[in-house]
Design a protein. Structure first.
Lengths: 104, 363
């Protein structure tokens, strides 16, 4: 069972955007889709250690701010060079306006 | 100090001693570069993609090539063909560089397939393997002008002047690209390429090289059959006779600036250019801005420049102004490779990266 960690308030993230979250020294990225769904992934690109929270969220994709590495943020799947390794994802739940991410 | 020949090349080699030194010195990996403060909402606006500007510019670009190429063919054999082939050559052999660049970043269009299509077309024109150079350029952005790490340093210290001047007409780039194409077609890559291209990607390199070789062989065969160089004037040849503006624009990016620094304001230039040059070069004259925020599409770079110019040394007012600095600096570096151009920031600008200022040499 994952441990559910309060990451942010729902309103902390704009629609189709991403914010950073840190817990126990580990960085995460929390996303809000245009359909008002929330997702969580590892905070750094798998190509090089670039923070994804500075990237562009568009059409279900997060693009790394440095090299345009692209991931489907709903599944973590890498979408082509220069990223070849998928992004780790984490379950998300919403309760009383708070976004929780599930960490093993 | 006077570094020449193999000593100089060793310092810039991706498999030489400087590569290891850059890692040990904490210069490699690209995570600590200076970036101007920018509100997230504004940055999102600037990063937003659109198909329209690049479709408009691509229609003009390819349309102008079609018209100039057709008129050049019709007028072939007379002097009247010269201006049309000159224009065709620049559009093919020089502007392909910026199209390769922008579409390689995936920022020119919103639609990925459009970026990829123009990327492959422009890669062919500029004779850069699309896979090798995608990875090479990613490294260039990670480790811009870091010795032993950046595979795209055009002007070394001291500069290889004959090579730079020869490339005004592609006289080094084209033979090197041809040699690599044959190597890749044979299923091999160079030791330097192996440092930045994952093994799983190498098969793409081999496939592209084989396709390109067939196209160039067909072009040469067409020349033989026609008894004329006209087919090569349209395919391949422009990378030679039309490459001079590629060099003119490209050298302004980093020549003479600081090496082994973690602040693009120390190793990169922004140069104001005319509307025609900005069309041909797709706004890559805003080069500090591009390196600081590579996700901003070329058509939004002038706005980004306005947002952050208070943090930057003043932009060069023209190509002429940039070359008035570049030429003496590169000539001085022939005798003194420790020299580099260090520009003063305006009052109120964020200071230079603390690790970078004054560290522009790792000798």
């Amino acid at each position: 069972m994952p441990e559910w960690i309060a990451a942010c308030a729902v309103d902390d993230i704009d629609l189709e955007d991403v914010i950073p979250f840190q817990h126990d020294g580990v960085d995460y990225a929390i996303y809000r889709s245009p359909q008002d769904e929330f997702f969580a992934t590892a905070g750094y690109c798998t190509h090089e250690r670039m923070a994804l929270c500075d990237g562009l969220v568009m059409d279900g994709i997060i693009e790394c701010p440095k090299h345009n590495g692209r991931f489907d943020y709903t599944t973590g799947k890498a979408a082509g060079a220069p990223v070849l390794v998928d992004l780790r994802t984490f379950p998300v739940t919403i309760e009383d306006g708070t976004v929780y991410i599930g960490i093993e | 100090m006077n570094l020449m020949g193999s000593e100089r090349l060793k310092r810039y080699s991706l498999v030489g001693p400087e590569a290891e030194r850059a890692v040990v010195a904490g210069l490699a990996g690209g995570t600590d570069w200076f970036r101007s403060d920018m509100p997230r909402r504004r940055m999102k606006e600037l990063m937003r993609r659109s198909d329209y500007p690049a479709i408009r510019d691509t229609v003009i670009w390819l349309g102008a090539m079609a018209v100039c190429g057709a008129l050049g063919v019709v007028l072939w054999g007379g002097w009247l063909a010269v201006p049309f082939f000159a224009a065709y050559g620049v559009l093919y052999g020089s502007s392909s560089d910026s199209r390769w660049h922008e579409c390689g970043h995936g920022t020119a269009f919103k639609s990925r397939w459009m970026d990829d299509s123009i990327y492959h077309l422009a890669s062919f024109m500029v004779m850069r393997d699309p896979t090798v150079w995608r990875w090479s350029h990613a490294r260039h952005h990670t480790d811009t002008l870091i010795l032993g790490r950046d595979p795209e340093i055009l002007v070394m210290r001291p500069a290889r002047l004959a090579r730079i001047l020869g490339n005004t007409f592609g006289l080094v780039d084209v033979p090197v690209a041809s040699r690599d194409m044959v190597l890749h077609a044979a299923g091999r890559i160079t030791a330097a390429e192996r440092t930045f291209i994952p093994e799983s990607e190498q098969v793409r390199v081999f496939r592209t090289a084989r396709i390109w070789l067939v196209i160039y062989a067909a072009t040469i065969a067409a020349c033989v059959l026609c008894g004329s160089i006209l087919p090569a004037m349209l395919i391949g040849g422009p990378r030679l006779y039309g490459a001079f503006m590629l060099n003119v624009y490209g050298l302004t990016q980093h020549a003479g600036m600081g090496e082994n620094v973690l602040d693009h304001r120390l190793n990169t230039r922004t140069v104001y250019m005319s509307r025609i040059n900005r069309f041909l070069y797709w706004n890559m004259n805003y080069h500090v801005e591009h390196h600081m925020f590579p996700m901003v599409p070329y058509h939004r770079l002038p706005e980004l420049h306005e947002e952050i110019k208070g943090d930057l040394a003043p932009a060069y007012p023209s190509l002429w102004a940039a070359y008035k600095e570049i030429v003496p600096a590169v000539l001085r570096q022939l005798k003194d490779p420790t020299y580099y151009i260090h520009r003063e920031l305006p009052p109120g600008a964020a200071p230079y990266h603390p690790q970078s200022d004054g560290r522009a040499l790792a000798l």
